[in-house]
Design a protein around this ligand. Structure first.
Ligand SMILES: NC(=O)c1ccc[n+]([C@@H]2O[C@H](COP(=O)([O-])OP(=O)(O)OC[C@H]3O[C@@H](n4cnc5c(N)ncnc54)[C@H](OP(=O)(O)O)[C@@H]3O)[C@@H](O)[C@H]2O)c1
Length: 249
C-alpha cells in the first residue's frame, strides 16, 4: 500500500512523495512527515468514517483502521513520550497495551477491565490517572502493574484535564499523543490544550452517530491544514494545526 503526500506539494513541482508502507524504512519516513514543530505538544490522533463516526458496527474503531493507518499511528507514537487514552477506549476496544511505549489511562471509576498485554509490563510504563477513590478498583481490574497518579476530583469523580496534562508533563512527557476516545478528545479541545489534530478519514459510511471529536459544541476555531496524505485504498490523513495552546501552570 502506498501513501502519497498531496499537500504540501513538492516545491520544485516534482512527483509527490510516496511511501510503500510495507518497506522496512516506512515507519521512519512517515515519522519524518509527522515531525512536530515544537518540543512540547499535545496531538490528537483519531480515525473516523466519511459520515463522521468514530466507531463501526462492532462498537470499535477497528474496521475504520487499516495497515497504513496503523503505520501512521506507529510513527506518531514513535515521536511521543506517552500515549494517552480514556478508560472507555481501553474497555471497548479490548485494548492491546503498547509494549514499548508509555501509556496513561484516565479513569474516574477505576474500571480498567478488558485490556490485553503480550507480557507483564514494568509499573513505571503505565500511568493510571484518576481520583484517589478509583485506585482500588483499578488494582482489581487491570491486566498488569501500573503507577497510580491521584488527582483531585472536580465533581462526580471527574478530573480537570488541564491537571491531567500537567501531571503527565511533570512525569517526563512533554510530547503527548491522545488516541481517544471522543469524550477525552473533546475535553482536551474545549480546554484549548491541543496543538494538532491528526485525523484519518476512512472511505466508508458506517451509519453510526458517534462524532470523533465528541458531541458537545466546541468554540469556533480556525485550523491550518499542515499536511494531507492519501493512500491507494482511499483513506486520507490530515494534520490540522490548532495552535493557540493555553499555557499549563
Ligand atoms: N475512531 C477512533 O479513533 C477512536 C479512538 C478511540 C476510541 N474510539 C472508540 O470510542 C469509544 C470510546 O470512546 P469514548 O469517547 O466513549 O470514551 P473515552 O474518551 O475513551 O473514555 C471515557 C472515559 O475516560 C474516563 N475519563 C475521561 N475524562 C475523564 C475525566 N476528566 N476525569 C476522569 N475520568 C475521565 C472516564 O472513565 P471511567 O468510565 O472509568 O470513569 C470516562 O468514562 C469506543 O467505542 C472506541 O472504540 C474510537
Amino acid at each position: 500500500v502506498i501513501l502519497r503526500r498531496v499537500h504540501p506539494e513538492p516545491p520544485d513541482g516534482g512527483p509527490a512523495e510516496s511511501i510503500d508502507v510495507e518497506a522496512p524504512d516506512a515507519r521512519a519516513r512517515i515519522a519524518e512527515l509527522y515531525a512536530p514543530s515544537s518540543e512540547q505538544w499535545l496531538r490528537l490522533n483519531l480515525v473516523h468514517s466519511v459520515d463522521g463516526s468514530a466507531k463501526g458496527a462492532d462498537g470499535t474503531s477497528h474496521e475504520l483502521s487499516s495497515a497504513p493507518d496503523r503505520a501512521v499511528l506507529g510513527a506518531i507514537r514513535s515521536l511521543s513520550d506517552l500515549v494517552l487514552i480514556g478508560a472507555e477506549t481501553l474497555r471497548a476496544e479490548r485494548y492491546l497495551l503498547p509494549q514499548n511505549q508509555r501509556l496513561a489511562v484516565v479513569t474516574g471509576s477505576g474500571d480498567l477491565s478488558g485490556a490485553k498485554t503480550k507480557e507483564p509490563l514494568p509499573e513505571d510504563r503505565i500511568l493510571v490517572v484518576g481520583p484517589a477513590a478509583a485506585e482500588a478498583r483499578a488494582r482489581e481490574t487491570f491486566v498488569t502493574a501500573f503507577t497510580f497518579v491521584a488527582l483531585p476530583e472536580k465533581d462526580d469523580r471527574r478530573l480537570d484535564v488541564r491537571a491531567v496534562i500537567a501531571a503527565l508533563r511533570d512525569r517526563g512527557a512533554p510530547r503527548i499523543v491522545c488516541e481517544g476516545g471522543p469524550h477525552l478528545a473533546q475535553q482536551l479541545l474545549r480546554s484549548r490544550l491541543v496543538d494538532e489534530i491528526c485525523l484519518t478519514t476512512s472511505p466508508k459510511l458506517v451509519g453510526g452517530a458517534f462524532p470523533v471529536l465528541g458531541t458537545k459544541p466546541l468554540d469556533e476555531q480556525s485550523l491550518e491544514l499542515r499536511q494531507l496524505l492519501v493512500d491507494d485504498a482511499g483513506s486520507i490523513y490530515a494534520r490540522w494545526y490548532a495552535g493557540g495552546r493555553a499555557p499549563i501552570s
